[in-house]
Design a protein around this ligand. Structure first.
Ligand SMILES: Nc1ncnc2c1ncn2[C@@H]1O[C@H](COP(=O)(O)OP(=O)(O)OP(=O)(O)O)[C@@H](O)[C@H]1O
Length: 277
């Protein structure tokens, strides 16, 4: 599914820097998206996307409503295929393999890439069973081992102290912010390589939002994180790199500091200064 149109080449030149190794930090590529187009029926939602995601970084995807942010993040774990009539061309390389190749095993991707959604979505089960769910699906039955995984994951999601005495209680009894951290713990329990987050704080109050932001900054020591956010201050606070999407295209991708202080494209500047969106 490679794409070699002249439009694709043009964008590759314009965004030329993004496919080179990051010399300053020498960070490895986790994902490399090359000439990705995505159609919902006849509607093209993503147009010739070229975008790297680097190891141990937080990459923020920003842009106005309907510009393709959620669609893009859902291509990274092939969740977008669940929508009927979706067509994809181009390549999404994950650790050097094109995840849209016919031979690629999507199950493998799902064990390496976790996802956290906009609304906390714990299962109607105990806190323990929520976190143990993934490991159990992967065949872990040993109680001692499951206990260790649950504790480690809850600690990793900075919620252990709050729930350690109530692991048998239903996760629905927790606050929205706590539920979201349980969902992050559930995601950590499968020991992912990458964590995708689609507006993970948009349903939360400012205090819970702050906690999740702190957590994301810690998690990047061990994971690579891609976060879709409507909140530009959030992108500026927590991300290393930012990609600005508009009408299904990547207008600009750069160091977050640069995007917010000295963007190269007028449209990025107009968006971050609130002239539209
Ligand atoms: N399941 C679908 N079927 C058809 N079109 C869709 C579907 N999902 C999204 N789209 C269209 O694709 C485009 C991109 O939508 P997407 O949800 O990716 O944007 P977004 O930037 O995440 O928006 P928002 O910030 O409002 O969540 C929009 O025009 C949208 O209407």
């Amino acid at each position: 599914m490679s794409l070699t149109s002249s439009a694709s080449k043009k964008q590759e030149i314009k965004l030329g820097e993004i496919n080179k190794p990051d010399k300053k930090e020498n960070k490895k590529l986790v994902y490399n998206t090359k000439g990705l187009n995505l159609y919902y029926g006849n509607t093209q939602a993503l147009k010739d996307i070229h975008l790297p995601i680097r190891e141990n970084e937080v990459t923020a995807i920003i842009g106005p409503s309907g510009c393709g942010k959620s669609t893009y993040i859902k291509t990274l774990n092939r969740m977008v295929e669940m929508v009927a009539g979706v067509k994809v061309t181009g390549e999404v390389m994950y650790r050097d393999k094109n995840i849209f190749d016919r031979s690629y095993r999507v199950e493998e991707l799902r064990t390496r890439v976790g996802m956290v959604f906009q609304k906390p979505n714990p299962f109607p089960k105990s806190i323990f069973d929520n976190v143990a769910y993934g490991p159990r699906v992967h065949g872990i039955r040993d109680k001692k081992m499951l206990k260790q995984i649950v504790e480690k994951s809850l600690r990793g999601a900075a919620i252990w102290e709050e729930v350690k005495d109530r692991l048998g209680e239903n996760a629905y009894g927790l606050s929205g912010g706590q539920q979201q951290r349980i969902c992050i713990a559930r995601c950590l329990a499968i020991e992912p390589d990458v964590i995708l987050m689609d507006e993970p704080t948009s349903a939360l109050d400012p205090k819970s939002t702050m906690k999740i932001e702190e957590l994301i900054k810690e998690l990047k020591q061990n994971y690579s994180i891609v976060i879709v956010t409507h909140n530009m201050q959030q992108a500026a606070r927590i991300s290393d790199k930012t990609a600005f999407f508009l009408n299904g295209e990547v207008v600009e991708y750069d160091e977050t500091d640069r995007i917010f202080s000295n963007p190269s494209d007028k449209r990025t500047e107009d968006y971050i200064t609130g002239r539209f969106g």
